[in-house]
Design a protein around this ligand. Sequence first.
Ligand code: DCP
Ligand code: MG
Length: 602
Amino acid sequence: MLSPSRKGKEKAVDNDVDGFLDINPILTYRHLHAKNPGVRSPFRVVALCDSDAFYAACERVRLKLDPELPLVVQQWDALIAVSYPARKFGISRMDKIRDAKQKCPDLVVVHVATFREGDPEPGYWPNPNTLTHKVSLDHYRRESAKIIAVFKEIIPEAEIEKASIDEAFVDFSIPVRNTLLERYPILAEVPEDLDTPLPPAPAIDWGDLSAVVPVNPEADEAGPSTTPEPAPTWHDVALSIGAELMAKVRKEVLERLGYTMSAGISRNKFLAKLSASYKKPNSQSVLRNAAIPGYLRPMQFRKIRFLGGKLGKALAEEYDASTVGDLHTISLDEMQRKFGEESVWVWEVLRGIDRSEVKEKSVLNKSMLASKNLPRPVTKPSEGIHWLRVLASELALRLHEARETTPGLWPKTIVLHTRRGWQAGRSRQQAFPFSRNLTADVVSSAGEKLWRESVGTDATAPKDMKVTHIMLGFSGIAALGAGQAGIEGFFTNSNSNSTNGEPSDNQGEKCTRCGAQIKPLQELPSDVDDETREAAMVGARLEHEDWHFAKDLARQPPTSSPSPPHSSPKKRKSSSSSDAGNGKVKKRKKEPVGIAKYFAKK
Ligand code: DCP
Ligand code: MG
């Protein structure tokens, strides 16, 4: 979503105190006919579509159950998804299974599928045990992929960004523009002066397709609306076309796959996401520009992503504020004086401004990770082999499945990551040996080699060893296509173990959380390709993430720590300044300044 890393020097749209002046721009032919309607186009139409009670819906469809049955999905003792009929009984994810059954004796409870050691596929067992089984989310991943495939088929011209297992952002700007020009030929007659304002927009019949957020929701709650509706703008017309397309996609997904979804449609990702929960389930909501101030003002700003943690607390204390509206009285200058230049992103987000792109993630450089938190820590290396086999089966299965759609996929690197209690984790990685048949055994034996290198053997490992988390993963997954210089060529550059080698300066990436430079675990040649670089970064990111993890645990309860800024709603992005493969935490040299200190752990 919003990226706080936006340059501090960048000027906000307007320095007026309330600052909502950009919500009613004069729309011209130039705006409409711009070759690439970019993130600053006033004609942008962005949606966020989120499946309703997703895992519960997947199980309902798999078991061919009546959609009205109350159903929950269980993972060990916890509820991870609650169908809307079950929510009517007051059941939420916070409930224990026993309490949920008390609230609704006819509740259908499905335990998520799990892997057992030795089985090639996950299954639904009567009594899965966290001490021996591992959760598998593959079924949900597959269903999620089917939904995205329908999106791509129905709206091929839209940009689609999968944001989590059950959410996708859609940028409708191009198909909407095409429809506008077709439906309103007057807009296609471009005058000599491109900066000529467009003629007045026609009235819009929203029908019952979408819930349209009112301009003054607080006043409307008190009684029948007394707020006069503003004249429609061409952007509103654009939103209504976006809403038609969204409704069409949702209908197709429901008819073909059986899933209902809820969507928010607005001018950017931040507002699309916020408005998606306006009305659920099986609904879509439109947030027009004119309704943005009224929608944002009463909102508790600490519920906004990135404002939930330290920064939100500091803002609340500094300005004795709790709602977004309270903070509208703070000028940009004042905020920047107190919180640094980069706080322009806070000032903007409070006014519904977000210029982050909707962008499909590349299918290349993919990694595939399988991990297990160990309720009973592994205290002897030999005890870990069981988990390596379970994780290897999962990876082998997932790679096989991925090869059904993209034949020839093969990972460049296999990575093992272990976490030991509160200590920083360790990563080892190596080139993944090519073999004709990809079996769980092949994956497992590569994983076991890394395991021996990382934790040792029963004879050599320290007696107080306590591994609490194991992750086995593939990185740099790519198709071994025609034109590839043979298998040998494919693997050059990636054939290195985790080392303490000093990488050259132009390598690595910045941690969005603390600003530290994350460097690959091994030195890379200067002409290295993107896939190899990505493969080398995976372990480094995981290590740095673990460094934050350990710090978080040591310094404060994790619940109160701020979310690091990142670009998609649910995904936890790994980030890192490598402790260079030796498992030791390095001291950072520099204290963060300005807004960064609210995202860093001291
Ligand atoms: N999920 C999970 N643990 C969580 C949150 C979610 O395992 N703490 C899983 C189960 C959900 C799925 O992710 O079904 C999607 O998450 P959502 O937050 O979108 O929740 P739902 O889709 O279940 O409900 P909603 O209709 O509110 O979107
Ligand atoms: Mg959902």
